[in-house]
Design a protein. Structure first.
Length: 446
């Protein structure tokens, strides 16, 4: 046997060792691959997160830039609004126009005055002695403008300076007009005249507007709001005036004496010292001694109505509680009380019934104890059945009632109670018919 001989066990052990090493290397390679994959994924995640952060930052920067841009635009708009409110642009343009007017008017006037000479001069030269006149005229016009500004600051009258400015500006404009027409034509003459007139005129207008703005410190929005409020107030005042006129006309037609007293009270007080409502209440109390809208006649009618109701309650043996119950039942269940007719009521009546000749039958059933809608000792609801034929009016009764009316002095003084007393009793319905008949037929029989 040679020395390189290896047994099977040795060879198997070497193979197992080699397989273990290979497995270890494979596991390490797999772990390294997984780690590399994880690192790549983490790198990609970090990259995406960085992109998200950068996107957010870009959006924030864009928002900040947009906000700054908007703020800048807002500030520019506010400055422009402030300039418009202060009239800064208008004032600058007025100054520019005045400067251009002076630059155009002075050379023309200087040329005009330097060209003047005596008629007998053979070789006339420039009239240098007249050169200061254009400066004198133009500056004198501006003296009037500055005087207006000073008068405004001191609270003095401004019209003298307006006259001074208008006179001197017109004189300078006339000179430029005459010189321009002669030298260059009508259009040039009008333009030169405008250079001397428009500048001072705009200056006076600017000063006038500044004076008004100093007196009225409101801004544009406030003035618009005040104008809207004034229009609404004027509209409301006009509507109230129309309503008061219609009200006065109606009061004068219906309550002539009270309206005269009302006008007297208004005239007796100082303007605004008493309101129309208070004056009308006072006039009504003066004429009637009663609350507003209540007269002696209406008070008498109300008392007569109460008396008539009390008579009806007494004649039909009703109580206010039973009437209220009947009205409530009629409102809830209808006119028939929720069934085909009155329930639990025995009716009597007719010409020979105990009602004394009345045409309406009355319930004689009284409550024997507490019920669903009644109380012990109280009468039942007293609902009645259908009407029975009316009893004819007796001529003797008619005559008695006529005599009663003559004794009272007026048929309007008749009442159902008095009629029943004079005929010796009877139903209230019969007495009412008898009274109404006598009122409508004071001389004829039934």
């Amino acid at each position: 046997m040679s020395s390189g001989y290896r047994s099977w066990e040795e060879r198997e052990a070497d193979a197992a060792k080699a397989r273990a090493e290979a497995a270890k290397l494979a596991a390490e390679a797999q772990t390294a691959a997984q780690q590399a994959e994880a690192n790549a994924a983490k790198t990609e995640t970090d990259k995406l997160a960085e992109q998200v952060r950068q996107t957010k930052l870009r959006n924030q920067l864009a928002a900040v830039a947009e906000t700054a841009k908007d703020d800048k635009a807002v500030r520019k708009a506010k400055r422009r609004e402030q300039r418009d409110d202060d009239g800064t642009t208008f004032k600058i343009l007025v100054n520019v126009v005045m400067t251009l007017g002076l630059l155009a008017a002075l050379p023309a006037q200087i040329s005009y005055f330097l060209g003047l000479h005596h008629k007998d001069d053979k070789n006339p030269g420039p009239a240098w002695t007249l050169a200061p006149i254009p400066f004198f005229l133009e500056l004198l016009a501006w003296v009037g403008v500055m005087g207006t500004r000073w008068a405004h600051r001191k609270g003095l009258p401004r019209w003298p300076f307006w006259l001074l400015t208008a006179t001197l500006a017109s004189l300078a404009g006339y000179i430029n007009f005459a010189h321009g027409v002669t030298q260059y034509g009508t259009v040039a003459g009008c333009a030169l005249a405008a250079t001397s007139v428009i500048g001072p005129l705009l200056a006076e207008v600017r000063q006038f507007l500044e004076s008004k703005a100093a007196e009225d410190g409101r801004d544009l929005k406030q003035r618009a709001k005040d104008r809207r409020v004034a229009r609404e107030k004027a509209k409301a005042d006009a509507e109230r005036k129309r309503t008061e006129q219609a009200e006065d006309k109606l009061r004068e037609d219906l309550f002539e004496e009270e309206f005269k007293e009302f006008r007297r009270i208004i005239a007796a007080h100082p303007t605004g010292a008493i309101s129309r409502e208070a004056a009308w209440v006072q006039a009504w109390e003066t004429k009637h001694g009663l609350p507003l809208s209540v007269t002696a006649e209406s008070l008498a009618s109300r008392e007569a109505a109460r008396e008539a109701i009390a008579e009806v309650m007494r004649d039909y043996e009703r109580s206010p509680e039973s009437v209220a119950v009947d009205l409530w039942l009629a409102d809830v269940f209808g006119a028939n009380g929720g069934d085909d007719g009155p329930s639990g009521a025995t009716t009597e009546g007719g010409p020979g019934g105990p009602a004394g000749g009345g045409s309406r039958a009355r319930s004689r059933t009284t409550s024997e104890g507490p019920g669903a809608l009644g109380r012990k000792g109280k009468q039942a609801s007293g609902r009645t059945s259908a009407k029975t034929p009316e009893k004819p009016l007796e001529p003797a009764h008619i005559e008695k009632v006529r005599k009663l009316a003559e004794a009272l002095g007026d048929v309007d003084q008749l009442s159902a109670r008095k009629v029943r007393e004079v005929i010796g009793g009877g139903s209230n319905e019969y007495a009412v018919r008898l009274r109404d008949y006598v009122k409508n037929n004071p001389t004829s029989n039934a």
